[in-house]
Design a protein around this ligand. Structure first.
Ligand code: ATP
Ligand code: MG
Length: 384
């Protein structure tokens, strides 16, 4: 008897032409996640069936599928020829030996001699005879044995519905450029937006030699972890050392982070345009640190020419963000102690609620265009 995996997606958003587009991308993403693992993927009315894999690979397959957005629930099922004897044989394997249960049957094959009520009753009776500590509870069973008699002469029998990653398939909601720092927050922000179906490219700014190569490796490692959810990603790496040196030399030090943020936004928007990203994404959370006030955001937003900036973590507490980073697997890497460029030349008292007119006055001491162009010329691209 063969094991298969039933993959269900949330159908809520699927209407008309939308459906074909969604299903095509969904299937491509599943194939990408399972690359190198033997399997066959088949679509069947409102769900997918994964077959032809080695039983030993099941937990590996499930761990890969757990990172595919758009999957609502999963079940590992037995697939048998549609005869009561076969169905019973596997129902016995699926069902626990004690506790309360019920059998729920769905019959698509109207030629099967029993209707769904009769199948449930027959199987329930057989299981009760076999497992003496089992009893039926129709309303609140501890366990449900699900039986799905399909039209093609086979029946699927399964117990649990495992929770999938949820969300929408990556690639169904355009593309965004994530400003990724090496901290805890930005990878979580990228994960949240990817969950809503957006493809993600990353941009990272470094201040080599003030920041070291390990800091860079750390960011690439974070992007790699993120890329398991985003079906790959590209990291754009830009050096902002000279920009920081110039700010340090010519401007009031309290504006270091505020001014640097504006440069980051300008450069990020240019890179977004060149890679087809339709928005910027940051890991800012309101009030978390001095630079993340609404005044700070006003200052960094005002250099953006046309793209929206998504800040999905704005309403989250730090501990909520930490919990998420542990769940998605980025936490351990994020807490490695390598310097981010924002900590270089960090003033003792950064301005927390910068007035835009003061920011502009400080910035006027710099040749903004030349510094942006110079930074753009340092661009390196790493494809993951
Ligand atoms: P994170 O944990 O993501 O570093 P944070 O709470 O430490 O966030 P900041 O360091 O102030 O906050 O950064 C705020 C946001 O600015 C980051 O979430 C990220 O989106 C962006 N950012 C900061 N530093 C960099 C960098 N070196 N490269 C790219 N983006 C950055
Ligand atoms: Mg940081």
């Amino acid at each position: 008897m063969e094991k298969v995996i039933i993959i269900r997606y949330c159908e809520l958003y699927l209407k008309g032409k939308n459906r074909g587009f969604f299903e095509r991308i969904f299937a491509i993403n599943i194939e990408k996640a399972l690359k190198g693992i033997k399997h066959e993927l088949h679509r069947q009315s409102g769900r997918y069936l994964l077959e032809g894999f080695f039983e030993d690979d099941i937990s590996l397959i499930l761990s890969k599928l757990n990172k595919v957005f758009g999957i609502h629930t999963l079940s590992v099922a037995y697939k048998v020829p549609s005869e009561l004897k076969n169905i019973y044989e596997v129902a016995e394997l699926v069902c626990p030996s004690s506790g309360t249960f019920k059998v729920e049957t769905h019959r698509a094959d109207k030629k099967f001699p029993l209707n769904s009520m009769q199948i449930s009753a027959e199987l329930g009776g057989m299981l009760l005879d076999y497992y003496k500590d089992l009893s039926v509870d129709i309303h609140e069973p501890q366990f449900v044995v699900n039986v799905d008699v399909r039209e093609n002469g086979t029946t699927l029998v399964f117990g649990e519905f495992l929770k999938g990653a949820g969300g929408m398939p990556v690639g169904t909601a355009g593309k965004g450029l994530l400003l990724i720092s090496g901290g805890i927050d930005s990878p979580v922000a990228g994960h949240m937006i990817a969950k809503r179906g957006m493809s993600i490219d990353c941009i990272h700014f470094h201040s080599y030699p003030y920041t070291n190569m390990q800091a860079r490796e750390k960011v690439i490692e974070l992007a790699k972890i993120l890329s398991e959810y985003t079906c790959g990603t590209t990291v754009h790496i830009v050096k902002v050392t000279h920009i920081q040196e110039e700010i340090h030399k010519k401007c009031n030090g309290e504006y270091m982070v505020t001014l640097l943020r504006r440069f980051m936004m300008r450069i990020a928007e240019k890179i977004a345009d060149s890679c087809g990203a339709q928005c910027l994404i940051t890991g800012e959370s309101l009030g978390q640190v001095a630079s993340q006030t609404v005044e700070g955001m006003t200052s960094s937003n005002s250099v953006i020419e046309h793209l929206p900036v998504l800040r999905p973590l704005c309403g989250f507490d730090k501990n909520e963000i930490i919990d998420r980073s542990k769940e998605i697997g980025t936490y351990e890497t994020s807490i490695q102690p390598y310097e981010d460029c924002c900590t270089v030349f960090l003033p003792k008292h950064p301005v927390t609620r910068p007035k835009l007119s003061d920011v502009l006055a400080e910035e006027s001491k710099l040749d903004v265009q030349a510094l942006v162009d110079e930074a753009m010329s340092t661009l390196e691209i790493v494809k993951l």
